[in-house]
Design a protein around this ligand. Structure first.
Ligand code: ZN
Length: 181
């Protein structure tokens, strides 16, 4: 396993449209393992293959909502979505303060359909068709946007988006300044 480099804005590779996965092979499963390791290390709750410079329709997610361990810590709940599709998005929306590993340290409220029916393949090539809600629905929609070259900041007003990008630039400059000192 390996920790992969996560692309960050304004890298144009984040804007590519990802290709469907033709077959779930051992090579894909090895990439999935690396993506989980990268996501847990970051740490984040979702990661699309496009963010690690592999433009295929694959994403991983772990909302930490698995069964608790013996000490009562929240359990891991790793989930894999290959070639995901959204059907029947609800007309009611929910707002979540989203962040993104490709827009590090920046957060903003984004409104998305609250409930979605989704279809996808898992890491064994098994087809799923489920109704998803709350953070699972939000996270899936955020990660699926990456497969189409869309970032959460694209859902904001131009003013808000420019503010987020300015704050990110400032944080980067401060970090670089510290390294030089
Ligand atoms: Zn993201």
């Amino acid at each position: 396993m390996a920790i992969l480099t996560i692309l960050e804005v304004p890298d144009p590779r984040l804007r590519r449209i990802s290709e469907p996965v033709a077959e779930v092979t051992d090579e894909i499963r090895a990439l999935i393992a690396d993506m989980f390791e990268t996501m847990y290390d970051a740490p984040g709750i979702g990661l699309a293959a496009a963010q690690v410079d592999v433009p295929i329709r694959l994403l991983v997610m772990d909302l930490g909502d698995g069964p608790e361990d013996a000490e009562g810590n929240p359990g891991k709940n790793p989930r894999v979505f290959i070639n995901p599709e959204i059907l029947d998005p609800s007309e009611d929306f929910s707002v979540y303060n989203e962040g993104c590993l490709s827009v590090p340290g920046q957060y903003a409220d984004v409104e998305r359909p609250a409930v979605v029916r989704a279809r996808w393949l898992d890491e064994n090539g098994v087809a799923h068709d489920e109704v998803l809600d709350s953070l699972t629905a939000t996270c899936l929609q955020h990660e699926m946007d990456h497969l189409d070259g869309i970032l959460f900041i694209d859902h904001l007003s131009r003013l808000k988006r420019d503010m987020v990008l300015k704050k990110l630039e400032k944080a980067r400059r401060e970090k670089a300044g510290k390294k030089a000192a």
